[in-house]
Structures are given as C-alpha cells and as structure tokens.
Design a protein around this ligand. Structure first.
Ligand SMILES: [Zn+2]
Length: 107
C-alpha cells in the first residue's frame, strides 16, 4: 500500500489536517508515544491511569482520535510532510481508554 500523507503547514504538527478531515480545532489531535497511546503532558506523578508516560527520548507522535492514524512528529518537523506512520484502533482497548482519560484531563 502506498503511504498516505496528511496536509501540514510549515513543519508544524498542530496544523495537520488528517486524511479523515480532522484537525486540532475539530476533534483535536493528541500527542502520543510510538505505540500510538496518548501521553501525559503534565508534571504531576504518577502518570494518570490509562495514559502513557512522556517518552524519555522525546520521540513523540501525533494521534488523530477520530480515525486512529498516527503521525511521527520527527518526520513532520524535519520534512514538512506528514506521512501516516501507522494506524491504531481508537474504538476499543488501551488507546480508546487513554483518549477518554486525555479528554477528561483536558476539558
Ligand atoms: Zn483522522
């Protein structure tokens, strides 16, 4: 399968328009780890149940919570393009739970 690309402006991951049409200002985009699990961006410990810890190597991904496509921030920042790295199931399992917790903390 050919790699799909989302639209992105000026190497800025917050400007992604996902292939499904979602953006930061629609359903939002969530910072995630290399498994696509939303990470906890706060400073409190422990990390809230359900969320992943902030990666030690700062290797972050951007998850579209609408369709589960995941983009690699490093690639976007380096190239100004947003290829889909992989896709996760946002309807069930740990990613769905992490998304729920993320919005609970950020509402
Ligand atoms: Zn999407």
């Amino acid at each position: 399968m050919d790699t799909e690309f989302a639209d992105v402006i000026g190497h800025d991951v917050t400007t992604i328009t996902c292939l499904c049409g979602n953006t930061v200002s629609k359903e939002g985009l969530i910072q995630a780890n290399s498994q696509g699990v939303p990470v906890y961006a706060g400073n409190d410990s422990p990390v809230p149940a359900g969320l992943a810890a902030w990666p030690d190597d700062e290797d972050l991904y951007t998850l579209c919570p609408a369709c589960g496509r995941v983009y690699h921030d490093t690639i976007i920042e380096a190239t100004g393009t947003a290829p889909v790295s992989f896709q996760v199931d946002v309807t069930a399992g740990p990613v769905a739970e992490a998304i729920r917790v993320h919005w609970e903390l950020n509402s």
